[in-house]
Design a binder for this molecule. Sequence first.
Ligand code: PEP
Ligand code: MG
Length: 325
Amino acid sequence: RQREFAALRDLPAVTRDGVAVQLMLNCGLHIDLPHLHATGADGIGLYRTEIPFMVRASYPEVAAQQESYAKVLDAAGDRPVVFRTLDVGGDKTLPYFPDLSEENPALGWRAIRIGLDRPAMLRKQLRAMLRAAAGRELRLMFPMVAEVAELDRARRVLDLELARLRADGGTPPARLLVGVMVEVPSLLFQLPALLPRVDFLSVGSNDLLQYLFACDRGNPILNNRYDVLSPPMLRLLRDLVRACDAAGVPLSLCGEMASRPLDAMALVGLGFRTLSLAPPAFGEVKGMLRSLELRRVAAYLDRLLDGSDHSLRPKLRAYARDHGV
Ligand code: PEP
Ligand code: MG
């Protein structure tokens, strides 16, 4: 099967009824970069920048960060790269950060909350990204944003760094796109304010499921207790697709569900046209897409979303089997 999937590398991710889906890569280390070529990905949909921060004894200086981000952009060439700013805290700890021993780390001091409270760290990271992207396109994305006011504050930090770059005579990026991860449900109730402010959105379904169902994603006792293929999660995603389509804001999903073929089938059925996947998932997901009559799945799914099922997984699995997906 691996060989069969490898043969798909250069074929487009297009459904049987002719709908093209962009398949992007999730990664976070330089050793992952060869996957760009091996998978035939359309770009990097999520570059998790925190991994090098977690393995070092001290905060990496701007020059080291800049070099690291430039290498990623070099490897991607013409393909887009979405850099996510530092997403630490919660289960991702830094050796040079105090041990906070928070009672609820997933609800604690993490990601953009740290960035806004420690603006020097965020500024250094943004400075490194801006410099790395000199004359090229830069897409950056803020994690765990819970309210539009946080995005506004993060943007002001970015503006300070842009002004500083210009004052220093540096070359700014040729194009700068700013996006937000949708992983805290509160953001879904601020779409009228959020959508005009962003260039793109990307759903972090791992955290979104955790916060939607109030269910710790790392607690083994609760493993698989709630499903992303449940009516509430899928309705939420459908409504988000509709709002983004109406506002002309590009939307992708970069959580683990995009890497599972059945879940990916549901996502494209709901209207997602960009998915960001883990490297091993490309063959299976592309194979699924190429066997899919998208319009039929969309119609089938739509009827299920008002139901009371715990999970639509059994029905979707049966549908996929019956339709040769
Ligand atoms: C997510 O939450 O779905 C996501 C992509 O981010 P991470 O898994 O790094 O928290
Ligand atoms: Mg997340």
